[in-house]
Design a protein around this ligand. Structure first.
Ligand code: MG
Length: 434
């Protein structure tokens, strides 16, 4: 069978950020949708971590359920290690094409997989949500589930516990089958009949994904919405098989001792190019592509990536590297600003000086002398010397200058005694010498 795919994600109309992530890796035959949750944007971290770990584990030869449990462990460890990320989690619904004829689904959470066959659409996965559990147990009517206030409560997710139970489903594919993975941003906004109508109207998987996202947005777009569509097109002919070898689009999947699955991109090449460009906009692609994936051990010549693939890969790596460089630059600038924004009066060798910066410096930003004073450290009272050794800090340069002047005036005029503290403009008069 040949496979073509489409995918799209959208932040929606009610959320400040997109915590959904998707993965499409037709070479590996791996597809996934993850919907993250957690404060301080931890949801984005959860879904990105899950997708990246899934891909890594799968590339390393782990079976799908094991790869999903690895993803769970990675999200859990990150949440444990970082206070801001406590309680974060993510759904994960993944599909692997095994042997070119089976779609194996691995599933945790309330994202969904649908199968469209012979014009009918069925939900393959069970939602791990409170509402769906109540419906399954018979204590809630399906029609009351649709707008239930606790719709968002999920009963199983990655990152919550050290281990997680993964639901697995195998679908024996037939030519013409279409598999849809989606986040609840679609299924909560568009009823199953609506989803079926859109899928029936759209022949190309990319257009189908885009039309489903559009339908969710038109229905209000309350949540992030993500859709991945995979079409099984027909039997692999000898000719197409040869073509796939020439393309190098062949990859071992699932079991270390496993099978080979052949993909031909054929007439969908052009559409896939467009999809590839679009995929570079999703964070998980940036993250995932930055990690070296093991080369397929294809025993055939001609498995070099095409220039188009190399270009796409370079673009993806650039899309990942550039934001990191910009972030690092912003971090350095921020530390510099913090380190240099204050002034202080302190000891300078055997004298006293006005400095810019923080006493002792901050992460390599050392204070600099702005003005040397006329006082010698040896003239100072022990109290003043102690205070100056620590440094008297000011957010305004003029205040620091005035403090230094007052200090000098006091030692000039009265022969020096008492101490001076920088608590206000009137300090020198109220706390002068005896
Ligand atoms: Mg959601």
């Amino acid at each position: 069978m040949r496979f073509v795919h489409g995918a799209l994600t959208d932040v929606g109309r009610g959320r400040p950020a997109n915590e959904d992530q998707y993965l499409v890796d037709p070479d590996a035959g791996l597809f996934a949708v993850a919907d993250g949750m957690g404060g301080h944007r931890a949801g984005e971290v959860a879904s990105a971590t899950a997708i990246a770990t899934l891909r890594q584990a799968f590339d390393a030869g782990s079976p799908l359920d094991e790869a999903i449990r690895d993803a769970n462990a990675a999200v859990f460890a990150q949440a444990e290690a970082n206070v801001d990320m406590r309680g974060m989690g993510t759904t994960l619904t993944a599909a692997v094409l095994v042997d070119g004829r089976i779609a194996r689904l691995g599933h945790v959470g309330d994202s969904r997989a649908y199968l469209m066959r012979d014009g009918g659409v069925t939900q393959v996965t069970d939602d791990h949500s409170l509402v769906e559990q109540l419906v399954r147990e018979g204590s809630l009517a399906p029609e009351d589930a649709v707008n239930h206030p606790q719709r968002a409560v999920i009963t199983r997710a990655l990152g919550i516990d050290p281990d997680v139970e993964v639901d697995l489903y195998d679908i024996d594919l037939r030519p013409g089958d279409r598999i849809v993975l989606c986040s609840d941003g679609l299924s909560n906004m568009v009823a199953d009949e609506g989803i079926a109508a859109v899928l029936a109207a759209q022949r190309h998987p990319q257009q189908a994904a885009a039309a489903l996202v559009e339908a969710a947005l038109e229905a209000g777009g309350d949540d992030n919405v993500t859709v991945v569509v995979i079409d099984a097109l027909g039997d692999v002919t000898a000719e197409a098989s040869a073509a796939s070898l020439a393309l190098g689009a062949q990859r071992r999947v699932d079991e270390p001792t496993g099978e080979w699955v052949a993909f031909t991109e054929g007439e969908a090449d052009e559409a896939d190019e467009a999809e590839e460009a679009e995929e570079t906009t999703t964070p998980e692609e940036r993250q995932a592509s930055a990690e070296p994936s093991p080369a397929p051990a294809a025993p055939h010549a001609g498995t070099e990536p095409t220039p188009a693939h190399r270009k796409a890969r370079a673009r993806r790596i650039l899309a990942w590297v550039l934001p990191v460089i910009l972030l690092l630059g912003a971090g350095v600038a921020l530390v510099g600003w913090y380190a240099r924004r204050t002034y202080y009066v302190g000891l300078h060798g055997d004298g006293v000086a006005l400095y810019r910066g923080q006493p002792g410096g901050v992460l390599g930003w050392d204070p600099t002398v702005e003005e040397e004073g006329d006082l010698a450290a040896s003239e100072l009272t022990p109290a003043d010397r102690e205070g100056l050794a620590e440094g008297h800090r000011f957010s305004d340069r003029n205040d620091a200058v005035r403090f230094l002047e007052r200090l000098e005036r006091r030692y000039d005029g009265r022969g020096g005694s008492g101490s001076l503290t920088p608590t206000g403009a009137s300090t020198s008069t109220t706390r002068g010498g005896r």
